[in-house]
Structure formats: structure tokens, C-alpha cells
Ligand binder design. Structure first.
Ligand SMILES: C[S@@+](CC[C@H](N)C(=O)[O-])C[C@H]1O[C@@H](n2cnc3c(N)ncnc32)[C@H](O)[C@@H]1O
Length: 243
């Protein structure tokens, strides 16, 4: 049996996706309100920066992986025009359903697909841009998922990975206190679920830091990788180019 981590727990590799599904099934209906509460609205700025870096143009083909409730997919859809296309995907039906309803309410209908980032059902060299926001951390085989993202990109296409990362030293203590004391309580209060928000804090600690993720992206097909820290490294945006 091969084991992997699910937060701070060690689980059988083949069971991790099921545990992750449990988390997002549980939080889907409260996901957006919790995002605003937990980050004090900062996730909107992190995503706005991601959209700016994406620098999309009319006609671009975009794949949003682990797209959840659709923040990035919605913002991208406004940039690609009638000739472009944004495909909104996630492994979790509950998250995708909340996202699809939100987008419809905003007057936007996108192709929406349940799929696992580790096995993307798209041809090689198809997209100009692939994005994954706060999703990579939850994947069992990050190397395989990154290789798949690279495969479906056109040569010269870019992958944007927006993800929690390693905070700057002076922030560590207060960030740990907030993550392990405040977040689970907020989760219990608002979503009736402290365990999923404890998993969030733990999974962030288990995720590769800025340099490690850069190396992982380079090892899985990206010829050039750069990253931008935001909010003292709480979050980093990695940009990989398929050269
Ligand atoms: C924290 S949410 C992020 C949602 C959205 N991208 C955002 O930024 O608000 C993480 C998402 O990753 C999805 N996910 C986890 N493992 C996945 C996988 N192997 N393939 C695709 N999506 C996955 C979850 O279902 C969940 O919707």
C-alpha cells in the first residue's frame, strides 16, 4: 500500500480523493461566504491579480481546473469574447453545480465538466491558458496533474497556479494561530464543519513552498517558471510556460 497525506493524516493513496471529495461535498453550499470571511475578502484581490496576469485576449481557449464555484471562469469568460472559450471543470459535482448556478445567475453559460486533473479528457496542445486556483494542494499526484496541464497546453501556452504557499518568517506565528485556532471555529460557526477547515490549514502546511513548486513544475514540462508572492507569501501565483 502506498500512503500519502491528507492534511496531517497519512492515508492510503487510493483513498485521498474520496477524503477530499468529502471536504468539498460538505462545504460547497457555504464555500463562497467562507472564502470572504476567512480571507477578509483578500481572495478577490488574489484572483483579480491572477486575471490581470492571465492577460487574455479575444479568441483565447482557456481551461479552468478545480474551478469550483467559478470565480476565475467567470472573470476569464469576460475577456475571451465570442470567439474564445472557457471550460469550467472540477472533480466535485457539488462545487461545480454551485458554480454553474452562480454563472447562470450572472448571465454566463460555460461548458462545465466533471473531471479529474490527473486525467484530463482533452487533446494535446489545445489551450492557450490553463488555470488552477487553490486546487493543486488537494490533488493526490501533483506531478501527474501538472504533466496533464502541460500536455493540454499549446506550445507557448501558460499555466497559472494560484495556491497557498509558505509565509514570510515574521508572519508565521500569527498565521499559525489564525489557521489552527480561528479557522476551524469559523468553519464550525458558519458551515457547521470544523474538520474541513482544520484540513484546509493542515493541507497548506503539507503543500510545497514557492521554490519546491517551481521545481515540480519544471520537472513536469514547464520550460520557464516564475512566481509572484502575495500578502507575505500566504499565497503565490506560479506562472509556467510550455516552451
Ligand atoms: C478550494 S477549492 C477552489 C475552488 C476555486 N478554484 C476557487 O479558487 O475558489 C478546491 C477545488 O479543487 C477541487 N479538486 C480537488 N482535487 C481535484 C482533482 N484531482 N481534479 C480536479 N479538481 C480537484 C475540489 O473539488 C475543489 O472544488
Amino acid at each position: 500500500m502506498s500512503s500519502t497525506h491528507f492534511g496531517f493524516q497519512s492515508v492510503d493513496e487510493k483513498d485521498k480523493a474520496r477524503h477530499v471529495r468529502g471536504v468539498f461535498d460538505s462545504v460547497a453550499s457555504k464555500y463562497d461566504v467562507m472564502n470572504d470571511l476567512m480571507s477578509g475578502g483578500l481572495h478577490r484581490a488574489w484572483k483579480a491579480y491572477t486575471v490581470m496576469v492571465a492577460n487574455l485576449r479575444e479568441g483565447h481557449q482557456v481551461l479552468d481546473i478545480a474551478g469550483g464555484t467559478g470565480d476565475l471562469a467567470l472573470a476569464f469568460s469576460k475577456k475571451v469574447g465570442a470567439t474564445g472559450r472557457v471550460v469550467h471543470t472540477d472533480i466535485n459535482e457539488a462545487m461545480l453545480r454551485v458554480g454553474r448556478d452562480r454563472l447562470i445567475n450572472a448571465g454566463v453559460v460555460l461548458p462545465t465538466l466533471v473531471c479529474d486533473a490527473e486525467h484530463l479528457p482533452f487533446p494535446d496542445a489545445h489551450f492557450d491558458l490553463v488555470s488552477v486556483a487553490f486546487g493543486l494542494r488537494n490533488m493526490t499526484h501533483k506531478d501527474q496533474a501538472l504533466a496533464e496541464m502541460c500536455r493540454v497546453l499549446k506550445p507557448g501556452g501558460r499555466l497559472l497556479v494560484l495556491e497557498f504557499s509558505k509565509v514570510a518568517k515574521p508572519l508565521e506565528k500569527v498565521y499559525d494561530w489564525y489557521s489552527f485556532k480561528v479557522l476551524p471555529r469559523l468553519g464550525q460557526l458558519v458551515a457547521g464543519d470544523d474538520a474541513s477547515y482544520r484540513y484546509l490549514a493542515e493541507s497548506i502546511r503539507m503543500h510545497p513552498g514557492q521554490e519546491e513548486l517551481k521545481t515540480l513544475m519544471q520537472q513536469n514540462g514547464f520550460g520557464h517558471v516564475d512566481y509572484h508572492n502575495m500578502t507575505g507569501g500566504i499565497v503565490a501565483l506560479h506562472v509556467g510556460i510550455k516552451c
